[in-house]
Design a protein around this ligand. Structure first.
Ligand SMILES: [Zn+2]
Length: 140
């Protein structure tokens, strides 16, 4: 049974710190912050490198490849706007660059999702303003 959401779908908040990530997603490119001092990859976006505390950070392209680090199947979303999409897979994907990203696993039967499963980025244009970063099984 399909229900009409009683609340609008929540969307990310655009801030100067995170804008490059969302603008790249809109172009269907995945970028993460990288520290110019220690070369470490950083996600979520921060003002300061968590490894060496440098504030000299830049956004740079990443492979878009990774593996499922953890996942759960959501049957009862905490927010009413997600109810029509349930059940769905909420996951943490560890990119090949090492950072871990909260996301959804798509284009895959929910019962086929496994920890350590190779995945590749998929861009979901949910509105003219927003593209969400999701992952699907890596076809290789
Ligand atoms: Zn650093």
């Amino acid at each position: 049974m399909t229900t009409t959401p009683s609340k609008p779908m929540p969307r990310p908040e655009l801030r100067a710190l995170t804008a490059p990530f969302w603008e790249a997603a809109k172009r269907h490119e995945l970028v993460c912050q990288r520290c110019k001092q220690c070369a470490g990859w950083i996600f979520y976006p921060r003002e300061q490198c968590p490894a060496c505390f440098s504030r000299d950070l830049e956004y740079a392209p990443v492979s878009g490849k990774g593996r499922v680090f953890a996942y759960t199947i959501v049957y009862q979303p905490a927010h009413a706007a997600f109810e029509p999409e349930a059940p769905y897979a909420y996951a943490i994907v560890q990119l090949d660059e090492g950072v871990r990203m909260p996301t959804n696993i798509v284009e895959c039967a929910l019962e086929e999702i496994r920890v350590d499963m190779p995945v590749t980025v998929e861009f979901d244009d949910v509105s003219p303003e927003w593209t969400l970063v999701k992952f699907r099984p890596d076809g290789g």
